[in-house]
Design a protein around this ligand. Sequence first.
Ligand code: HEC
Length: 482
Amino acid sequence: MKPFRYLLVALVMSVGISIQAKEFPVTFSEHIAPIVFNNCATCHRPNEAAPFSLMNYRDVQKRAELILTVVEDRFMPPWHATSKDFEFQDHRQLADSDIRLFETWVETGMAKGDLDKLPPMPEFTDGWQLGEPDLVVNMAEGYTLYAEGPDIYRNFVIPLNLEEDKWIQAIEFRPGKRSVVHHSLFYYDTSGEARARDAEDPIPGYKRMGRDREGGGIGGWAVGGIPKKLPEGLAYHLPKGSDLILSTHFHPSGKEETEVSTVGFYFSDEPPNQKFTGVQLPPVFGALAGVNIPAGDSNYTKHDSFVLPIDVKAFGVSSHAHYLGKSMNMTATLPNGEEREMLSITDWDFSWQEQYRYKDYIFLPAGTKLDASVTWDNSSDNINNPNDPPVPVKWGRESDDEMGSVTLQMVAANPDEFSKLRQAIQQHTGEASRKARGGRVARNGNQGRGALLKRMLEQFDKDEDGQLSPAERQAAREAFGR
Ligand code: HEC
């Protein structure tokens, strides 16, 4: 009986397809091109992030099998954030019916169709995604990165020569060599210190891991990031006379490359009408959380929480981890006990570190508890694990170290209360730092120092040789604010 049943199923299926194909032939021109032009060609065109173009029949037909796999798996278009409760802007996801069309098109022989029915390619803004910037600057000299070696963090100073204060709505960063630039954080410096350091160092830029103390942060870019303006009425302050600092993380590609980054500023005409901030959990990208992931552990989690001292309106969320990152989430428990999902990422991918923006502001009343957790997979089942066999991994800035946090961006619902929010955030970071240092210890007592050193070794002695190398010490100092 069984073989007969299979035969029947097969017969019905093939009849089904041929009926569908007859009444509704799926063609490139009519059905596939609109999906590809609108959902793929944004990145899959020359000089954009994707490795090949998808702009015509031939481009798509020759990779059809691979394309089918990546759309069925929802690996493309890349999108990782979900929330049961809120919608995100610029959400990239194919409808189930689009995926069905791809399947039928491939199964029925990839017809080209009537060229007259081919939709026009959308008008992509070539180059600047947000239109012509108000100010464009670039690195004065190229920085040459070796073909192979450890990741490099380097800061580059770009004088802006502004004669008046400006308000930044967006910064668009265009790496010269997309294959080696992993991310870049933006700061401004009005002290001239960064310039002086750059001048001391014979090659372009200067060595510094992460944030410069003298500069204010004004955003950043990471692979896959799409520039966005801040919500209406919000802006970063950029004082006159500022130098721009690009704090760039390079990942060698196997080929020597020379990077010249270009940066476009979009200014607002009016000063912002209120301030915004981020609640990062755990703070300092997890530096104080005692991240120490055993080799082979596929489910290592850190958790942190924060109670909002005032009513806020959240507008964006982002998360960060390196190759071992597996999942992240943040929930908000309202004072009445109701829970809202702010972010859930179940398939973290190091390549797509996006700043997700909610469709609308989300009101969260004072007393709301934010809970965030980050989970890492340090087993060999994690195909992105840089170590085979796995080794223990601690917190650090190199890409084979780990970091982890979730950040919710918000404004005070009543702008007059903003400083209360900022104070509570500082207090939270201070507490995490004290806890990391082993409680309130006498600063100068021997016992205190011993406890502090022990804590520092536990967290930052990555090669476990019982002492802190200069780089490990630097990381510990930064994390502990010393
Ligand atoms: C936001 C930018 C972006 C969009 C939108 C996008 N891609 Fe991609 N795509 C990329 C990048 C970047 C890569 C290289 C990814 C990597 O190496 O991880 C890639 C890789 C691919 C690959 C190769 C995968 C592999 O395993 O080699 C295929 C096939 C692909 N994309 C198809 C599509 C299709 C089909 C769409 C639309 C339905 C699409 N992409 C939309 C950026 C994008």
